[in-house]
Design a binder for this molecule. Sequence first.
Ligand SMILES: [Zn+2]
Length: 275
Amino acid sequence: MWFDKWSVEGPLYEFISRRDLYDARLEDTLTVDKMILNGEWSWPDGWLDIFPRLANIEVPNIHFGKEDKVRWLTKTYQKVDFSTSQAWSDLRDEWPSVEWSKVIWFKQFNPRNAFILWLAVHDRLLTQDKMAIWKENADFKCVFCSVTADNHEHLFFQCAYVKSVWRELQRYMFQMQGGDRMQSVISNLARFKDSKNIGVIVNKLMVAAAVYFIWQERNARVFKNQIRNKEVLCQNIMDSVRCKMMTIKVRNTRNVQRIAELWNLNWKECRLQAK
Ligand SMILES: [Zn+2]
């Protein structure tokens, strides 16, 4: 009822607080069908005055006994099954051309990685700091270091474990600077956003892949209790970037040679290839 976007007014928690639910003695976990009585909404007294947006929500036609399903609303307002590629193509044209857009979306980008990076830049992943608003007494701890609840800055840059991952990756990046904050890393990449330098492309691929794999690893640990060690995680990130690098057409310049050496690749017939 409160967290999913099932109505035209979006997720209701955006304007109804936990305190409001508590005062009305409503459960966090309430489902939509429980708020309907004889085909009408059974809003608590006064809610339609405090939250006039509720009046915009029609009583949905609930098919009892059927499983709920997550659907994606496309740009042309069609409901389809969710897929990353569909979401990406719907959202891509909508974004203003801000400084970081070419850091995320560039010719050689990986859609899956870019999508997670885009969400991360917008602080839109469901990290523990957000979950804590709704689970007041829960004791959230970062799955990597167990020191503090995770949030975007911590999870991707500040955590000691993640910092050691970046240190390892940096050996394969090209004069990568930007420090340990999302904003500074992205801004730094944005300074060279139009560059066709292979080093800049590798840096952009690495940042997107690192954020994607760190998020994936965090979720595997939280939800599946599966743990990869740091070396394997770094290797997975490198392998994904290496695959992408080998698809890019490059000339045999000094920069390309330098990157090829760093990654143990050979230049052959306009591509980098495994030795
Ligand atoms: Zn941590």
